[in-house]
Design a protein around this ligand. Structure first.
Ligand code: AMP
Ligand code: ZN
Length: 142
């Protein structure tokens, strides 16, 4: 896509600190470096978000992620773990609308990354959960 910043990175029209690329994906340092080594993995094909993947592209992209994640982890003995995130839609904090996966190396529980969600389990009855389950199951396609 012409004006997409990540498509421009794929075409090398703007520079990136690329750590891996092949015919399907490109992986490069996230300029924000949430923690040192913070990397983005993107499909070279422009798609906006997770909802636009077909099974073949999803399989191709996901199959590359462990290899890239291992390289990031092995690059620094202080990396003890990794969060992998994928934001979809502005409401979910997506700011670049070319699908991407964040690989965020973790050094300690108190490094510069945090991710929290509330535990609302005490607000749901089994019946509430069953209704949610049924409404989602009804939309699972083939
Ligand atoms: P998200 O908020 O999930 O859409 O993440 C977009 C990410 O892209 C942010 O973490 C930005 O720091 C990163 N980003 C934006 N422009 C560039 C760029 N030119 N090179 C590397 N990372 C970028
Ligand atoms: Zn794009």
């Amino acid at each position: 896509m012409k004006d997409c910043i990540f498509c421009k990175i794929v075409r090398n029209e703007i520079p990136s600190y690329t750590i891996y690329e092949d015919d399907v994906v490109k992986a490069f340092l996230d300029i924000s470096q949430g923690t040192p080594g913070h990397t983005l993995v993107i499909p070279k094909k422009h798609i906006a978000n997770i909802f636009e993947y077909d099974p073949e592209l999803a399989a191709a992209v996901f199959s590359r992620i462990p290899k890239i994640a291992r390289a990031v982890k092995d690059s620094n003995p202080d990396i003890k773990g990794m969060n992998i995130l994928n934001n979809n839609g502005q409401v979910a904090y997506q700011s670049v609308f070319h699908s991407h996966f964040h690989l965020v190396p973790r050094y300690t529980n108190h490094d510069d990354f945090s991710m929290t969600f509330k535990d609302n389990s005490n607000k749901y009855t089994p019946d509430d959960l069953k209704k949610i389950q049924d409404s989602i199951v009804a939309h699972i396609g083939d």
